[in-house]
Design a protein around this ligand. Structure first.
Ligand code: 6PG
Length: 631
């Protein structure tokens, strides 16, 4: 254990530090002895030190603490007046702070009684003025005997040694997996699940019982006891359903929290709700981190992609833990980054899911066309996808679809037994409403949401297929001749999905001054998350604010080579009775974006004709608005 006793000069840091070191059998260091000669001379002449003077001193102290950490710990007496100094000394999770606090006159009297010390009593006021009150650690009053102070400090350290580093609320699939991931990466964690008679009883304890190898977990279903088990400032991760449940949980947490505590919402909350919650918690001096987490159950357990935003200081409190549990990119860097202020973490997770919807739908469209148009067996389709997945088209969603096409239950393909009505929890639709709000064209990804909606009316679809005699028409052309086109059409549809999603993120980021870093966002999406892919790796390297997405290296080529193929494939699919909502919206969107002379002149003329809405003219660059009497 590393212990730092802090406080202004004259508070008795050395006395308490020495006593602690004796009782705990740890070496003692006095920070005063780490000052270079120039600092001691300056202080002896009655001049206070500035931040620059303190740099070599802090570096030497941090080096000593790191060395001591390896040999079992130490006690250090160090004024640590400012938060920035304390940050430099925060070399380890197991560091405990004891801050000595007392009345100025009492300290003054003690200082005057001191002999042979270079610090002059007159410098006390400067130290008191410099002192920045920490919101963590133990605040110990010096208005008592050294023995009483020692007992109180020992008592605190004993309790502290039993405290957990993080708490996780909600033992559903994601909460449980993240808690186990934390525990496995050496973060002692308290688990909490509410008690609901007959429905949720002993849920957290059950996680403990099922995982007897983890000694660094505790289970609770009493919120107060759960919070008492956590080290302060507390770090609490909520993994509960988005919506009212989050506000209800915050309502019950807030009265029990202390200033500086951190609450993280790791679910898929709507980013505007998260903005409101960040502001609410901020007003209460509490820290709130809306945080996207992607990767499903396996990702949460083994390494998700993590997208925290909101309170930046709150992020610093858990940056190390999040880095430990996250997936790692190709260079071994954690797939986690502080995204930006407000609800930006949940916002980018929402757009991530929207791209996820688009990517899933494109694959679904291809599976159907290949199976029921080209007459491929599921194994053949799986083989084609598996081939594509070996090259630059590799992606997690392609990989799992390859598996799904082979998965048998009782000797039959499970896929064909799954009811064709797609569910959704909201993130795709929220992206669409956000795109509408900001006027961002979103048709390809909007169609992925709509397609799920259309799939819902199964009974009507069944009835209509009879009424309108719909059936898939077998494609006569050879699969071999179409395969290269299918591949490049798929590559382009994916590029379009990503361009649309990144377009929405860029517009909202600019409008809200979030300054989102899209190379970094793409980087943390290269592993752990559902839309990880070769394309995402390319975006993480080549995205540039000064370049249009479609002109990015590795993307531009797909737009050029895949355009005709995507158009032909969509034509083929639709002519043979296949709905291809995302692929067809994709090619329409792309053609719209690359057409210099569009049909919008007709719209403008119509608007002016019936409503005198005016129009601008190509032959008048001034931008002046005209109206014509059309009749
Ligand atoms: C992820 C997933 C995850 C969840 C989706 C499902 O990134 O890990 O996106 O968040 O599976 O929210 O969403 P739907 O139920 O709306 O398809």
């Amino acid at each position: 254990m590393l212990i730092i006793v802090t406080g202004v000069s004259g508070t008795g840091k050395t006395t308490l530090g020495t006593a602690l070191s004796e009782r705990l059998h740890l070496p003692f260091f006095d920070a005063d002895h780490f000052h270079p000669k120039e600092n001691i001379d300056k202080m002896s002449q009655g001049f206070p030190l500035n931040d620059e003077d303190r740099q070599p001193w802090l570096k030497a102290l941090a080096a000593q603490l790191r060395e001591s950490e390896l040999s079992g710990g130490a006690v250090l007496a160090c004024s640590s007046l400012k938060e920035s100094y304390r940050k430099e000394l925060s070399v380890d999770d197991n560091l405990r702070w004891i801050h000595l606090k007392g009345d100025r006159d009492l300290i003054w009297a003690r200082m005057q009684a001191r002999q042979n010390h270079y610090m002059k009593a007159g410098m006390l006021d400067s130290q008191i003025a410099t002192w920045e009150e920490p919101s963590y650690g133990y605040h110990l009053s010096i208005d008592q005997s050294p023995e009483e102070m020692l007992d109180e400090a020992l008592d605190y350290l004993k309790k502290e040694s039993m405290k957990m580093k993080m708490g996780v609320i909600g033992m559903g699939v994601m909460g449980k997996s993240l808690a186990l991931n934390l525990a496995e990466k050496g973060v002692p964690v308290s688990l909490y699940n509410r008690f609901v008679k007959g429905q949720e009883e002993g849920v957290a304890q059950q996680v403990l019982d099922e995982n007897p190898d983890f000694a660094n977990m505790q289970a609770f279903e009493d919120l107060k006891l759960f919070l008492d088990s956590l080290e302060k400032p507390r770090k609490i991760l909520m993994m509960i359903p988005a919506g009212e449940a989050i506000d209800a949980q915050l309502d019950s947490l807030i009265p029990l929290l202390d200033a500086g505590d951190l609450v993280i919402d790791g679910g898929n909350s709507f980013y505007k709700d998260s903005e409101r919650r960040v502001a609410r918690m901020d007003q209460l001096n509490l820290r709130f981190l809306p945080m996207g987490v992607s990767g499903g159950e396996e990702g949460a357990r083994k390494g998700p992609s993590i997208m925290p935003g909101g309170n930046a200081e709150g992020y610093e409190m858990v940056a190390d833990f999040l880095g430990r549990i996250s997936a790692k990119d190709k260079e071994g860097r954690p797939c986690v980054t502080y995204v930006g202020p407000g609800g930006s973490g949940h916002f980018i997770k929402m757009v991530h899911n929207s791209i996820e919807y688009g990517e899933m739908q494109v694959l679904a469209e291809l599976v159907h066309l290949l199976r029921f148009g080209f007459g491929c067996s599921p194994e053949q389709v799986s083989g084609i996808f598996s081939d594509w997945g070996k090259g630059e088209l590799k992606s997690y969603l392609l990989e799992i679809t390859t598996d799904i096409l082979l998965f048998k239950e009782d000797g039959e393909l499970l896929l064909d037994k799954i009811l064709d009505q797609a569910g959704q929890k909201g993130t795709g639709a929220w992206s669409l409403t956000t795109a509408l709000e900001y006027g961002v064209p979103y048709s390809p990804l909007a169609e992925a949401v709509n397609a799920r909606g259309v799939s819902g009316g199964k009974e009507l679809r069944r009835a209509f297929s009879k009424t309108f005699e719909h059936s898939f028409i077998p494609v006569q052309a050879s699969l071999e001749s179409w395969l290269p086109k299918l591949k490049s059409a798929y590559a382009l549809a994916r590029v379009i999905n990503h361009e649309v999603g990144f377009g929405l993120m860029k517009t909202v980021s600019d409008s809200k001054n979030w300054n989102l870093n899209f190379n970094e966002i793409a980087r943390i999406w290269t592993n752990g998350c559902i839309i990880r892919s070769g394309l995402m790796e390319n975006i993480s390297v080549h995205y540039s604010p000064s370049l249009e997405f479609f002109e990015m290296p590795g993307v531009k080529e797909q737009v050029i080579s895949g355009r005709k193929d995507l158009a032909e494939l969509v034509g083929l699919g639709i002519a043979h009775g296949f709905a291809m909502p995302v692929m067809s919206a994709g090619i329409n969107y792309l053609l719209g974006r690359i057409t210099a002379e569009s049909s919008a002149s007709v719209i403008q003329a119509q608007r002016d004709y019936f409503g005198a809405h005016t129009y601008q003219r190509k032959d008048d660059p001034s931008g002046k608005f005209y109206h014509t009497k059309w009749t």
